[in-house]
Design a protein around this ligand. Structure first.
Ligand code: PFF
Length: 454
């Protein structure tokens, strides 16, 4: 694709749907609830929301501005906006981050395929929590079956990305998102009315500030970046496909709200059931996969709900992996003139390799550890807790300190049509709040703050 024939997202809904399709995914329904469960509940939720508002929204807006002004992939956009300088490395770092995220994301995406099959063959019925946990453990620590699902899932992702931006991504996102919302609401209603379900809501909405540690704060910030697909050039790449007529700040508000509402609804569907069934809220990555099958077993029409849920979870994962792969593809096509199909095949092979490493690290290779973590946790922690926040920090600094403010205002106001009265506050967040907060949170966790004497 050259600069002039870049395909744009067709309609307004298309832009929001595609960006929301990237944001809404396993991060909301699988990762958010278990991170919240491991980090003490309500207090985590409050810090998460603060991170979304003070860091996530301004950084998403900055990514859109960089992409739409630069009209290129994550690294290319920086090259256009800061020629002759090294800022493009931030984009390159994003391409690398995409790759690492894919390395564990496809494993969980593969699990959703397995659970579609289990739902269709009515496997959840009459099973207690202990049995469901065992079934999950046997499957996820196995060798061949998870790898087959990873491969199937990657083939689907690659095929859609091959079909191109507008056709593939926009169409699939547009009607599936509302459906996902309806199913999660139905699940939430069932979960809240389970006996003892109210304790789950208390855990979620009654913060215990005594539980806040530097680890909790870092996890909440990492989750905000992960869930909103920020700090690694994804929204820069998508921003470059957004038409000049679209109001960027409104798009940011819509995408962020949808993403946050879906994460909170997922938690409302899960924690009441967790407490009602006596599951440990700090269970970890298997939380959703053992809790929700239990809820389905207690629901009228549970068979159908279960199938619908896992199909949609899989599709939500798919609209995110599409965006991750697109970051890599757009970069190699535009910067190195690769054919789309060549880079899609190469990237798919590389991702499959990482996916196999991650999957095996939960089973036969669980003793292979780097920094005390297996590959799965390593890819997860390194991306969400370090690479994405650092990428976000650099994007904030770039747009806050470096980029010409008149051209940013022009981009935001769409030539005077849209409101920009938040501009000063936005720049303040980029210049001071985001860099200081992100640095302190990371340094604090690394223990460097003590070492440096503050
Ligand atoms: N935001 C996605 C989720 O919550 O599942 C994950 C993700 C997608 C992260 C795309 C980063 C990205 F570029």
């Amino acid at each position: 694709m050259t600069i002039n024939d870049r395909i744009n997202f067709g309609s307004k809904l298309g832009v929001v749907a595609a960006a929301a399709g990237s944001a809404v995914g396993l991060g909301n329904i699988w990762r958010f609830p278990y991170e919240l469960g491991q980090n003490g509940g309500g207090a985590f939720l409050i810090i998460y929301l603060l991170c979304v508002i003070l860091l996530g929204m301004p950084i998403m807006l900055s990514e859109f501005i960089i992409g739409r002004t630069g009209q290129a992939n994550a690294a290319g956009s920086f090259k256009k906006l800061a020629p002759g300088q090294k800022w493009w490395i931030v984009g390159l770092m994003g391409v690398f981050t995409s790759f690492l995220i894919m390395g564990f994301y496809v494993v969980v995406s593969g699990w959703t395929l397995e659970y579609i099959v289990q739902a269709v063959s009515n496997q959840f019925i009459n099973k207690d929590t202990a049995t469901l946990s065992r079934v999950f453990a046997d499957f996820s620590t196995g060798t061949l079956r998870p790898i087959i699902w990873i491969t199937v899932f990657m083939i689907i992702t690659a095929t859609i990305v091959l079909a191109g931006v507008q056709k593939g991504i926009e169409r699939s996102s547009k009607f599936l998102m509302p459906l996902l919302l309806i199913i999660i609401i139905a699940l939430g209603i069932r979960a809240v009315t389970l006996p003892g379900g109210i304790d789950g809501l208390r855990f979620l909405f009654k913060p215990d500030f005594g539980k806040i540690t530097s680890e909790v704060v870092l996890s909440a910030m990492g989750q905000a970046f992960f869930s909103l697909s920020l700090g690694m050039g994804c929204m820069i790449t998508y921003g470059s496909y957004i038409s000049k007529k679209t109001n960027l700040s409104k798009t940011v508000v819509q995408v962020t709200m949808l993403d946050t509402v879906i994460a909170i609804l997922a938690a409302i569907a899960i924690f009441p059931a967790v407490f009602s069934l006596g599951i440990n809220p700090a269970q970890g990555p298997e939380l959703v996969f053992i809790t929700l099958p239990n809820v389905f077993a207690h629901m009228p029409g549970g068979y159908v709900w279960a199938i619908l849920f896992f199909v949609l979870l899989c599709v939500a994962a798919l609209t995110s992996t599409i965006s991750l792969l697109e970051v890599i593809v757009a970069y190699f096509v535009e910067e190195y003139k690769f054919h789309r199909i060549t880079i899609i095949l190469l990237a798919t092979a590389g991702i499959l390799f990482l996916g196999v490493l991650s999957s095996l690290s939960l089973g036969v290779w669980k003793d292979v550890q780097i920094f005390g973590m297996g590959f799965f946790s390593l890819f997860d922690s390194l991306t969400s807790k370090i690479l994405m926040p650092v990428g976000g920090l650099l994007i904030a600094v770039f747009t806050g300190w470096k980029l010409n403010k008149d051209s940013m205002l022009e981009e935001l106001s769409g030539g005077g049509q849209f409101k920009t009265n938040f501009f000063k506050f936005y720049i303040f967040l980029l210049r001071f709040v985001a860099p200081v907060a992100i640095s302190l949170i990371i340094l604090n966790q690394l223990g460097l703050s003590q070492w440096l004497g503050f």
